[in-house]
Design a protein around this ligand. Structure first.
Ligand code: 13P
Length: 320
């Protein structure tokens, strides 16, 4: 059957065909599928675990599977590989990158570290393995406030690569971290004016936003948090409608969790798919199936680099 799978590509396959093939392949190969909330609904529905960056890093650290298929973007799969150097980690599309990770070049960071030797480097998980290897500790949007508070109040900190998340942490904690000038191409472009316009149309809707959004959007938000925190909020909160300022993939879990509530996407343009992360959406059911079948594309990293990058991730996991 495995050999037949290798050669047969049926152009008329439906989602259901992929679902049954993926189900038998993952059993046969002892593979686990981890998916981020920004993945397409079909991938979210077939994943063994779905979560935000923090939850998925934890799952990756705990798994006993022989193969980890990471339905997310490159830095997430890299994190899983760093935590599992002896397991095979697959990413359905190797081109699924991240504008934030791309904005922070490891050599530039090394030069900045040399310029500010008395600063600790706190890196948002959306960065490359090389940047992680230069960091003292990692954080995700789900634990950033908690992690920063593990440093003494007067500690000098360089925060990379997201200036919006960094500025949010500074505002919330009264710190003055030095910020790298990176941003997420989706969240940074969301427009506070458009959010307020939506609010006029839906006056009872609460605004919930990811901390990667620009400060003007965060200022008009009723709640700011990671994807998991937003999901948790809409389940517990009493409002019935929400304007959601983040990538659209999360709406699938929101609608599933509280089917009676309404969600409006805080887009930066009317009637466009601008909140769809072009990298996250590169993964499809067909690519997921093919990568499980062929065990490629695989994340390959240098051992020494992984050893250096693992320490700040493990420090984060032990503190959150
Ligand atoms: P989460 O920490 O909410 O998973 O966010 C990850 C991310 O990449 C947001 O753009």
């Amino acid at each position: 059957m495995g050999n037949i799978r290798k050669f047969v590509v049926n152009l008329n396959w439906s989602v259901m065909d992929f679902v049954s093939e993926i189900n038998s392949l993952r059993k046969e190969k002892n593979a686990v599928i981890l998916a981020h909330y920004y993945q397409i609904p079909e991938i979210q529905d077939i994943a063994d675990y779905i979560g935000d960056s923090l939850a998925l890093a934890r799952r990756a650290a705990e798994t006993q599977a022989d193969i980890i298929v990471f339905a997310g973007v490159h830095f997430m799969a890299e994190t899983a590989k760093i935590l599992n150097p002896d397991r095979k980690v697959l990413l359905p599309d190797l081109n699924a990158g991240c504008s934030l990770a791309d904005s922070c070049d490891a050599e530039e960071l090394a030069a900045m570290k040399a310029q500010f030797p008395d600063h600790k480097v706190l890196s948002y998980v959306n960065c490359s393995a090389k940047v992680k290897a230069l960091s003292d500790i990692i954080c995700t949007s789900g634990n950033a406030l908690k992690i920063v508070e593990t440093f003494p109040k007067d500690e000098k900190i360089l925060f990379v690569p997201d200036r919006n998340l960094g500025a949010y942490i500074n505002r919330q904690t009264g710190r003055d971290m030095k910020l790298w000038n990176g941003s997420c191409q989706i969240h940074d472009l969301l427009d506070a004016e458009k959010v307020l316009k939506l609010k006029q149309t839906y006056p009872d809707a609460k605004v919930i936003a990811h901390p990667e959004c620009n400060p003007a959007v965060l200022q008009v938000a009723d709640f700011v948090g990671s994807t998991a925190a937003m999901l948790n909020y809409i389940v517990k909160d009493s409002a019935r409608e929400y304007i959601v300022a983040t990538e659209t993939g999360i709406l699938h879990q929101m609608q599933k969790s509280v089917p009676g509530k309404k969600f409006y996407v805080a887009s930066n343009e009317e009637s466009c798919a601008c909140n769809d992360c072009p990298h996250m959406k590169l993964n499809t059911m067909e690519k997921l199936y093919r990568c499980l079948r062929d065990e490629t594309p695989e994340i390959i990293l240098d051992r020494e680099l992984m050893d250096k990058a693992r320490k700040p991730i493990e420090t984060m996991l032990s503190l959150s």
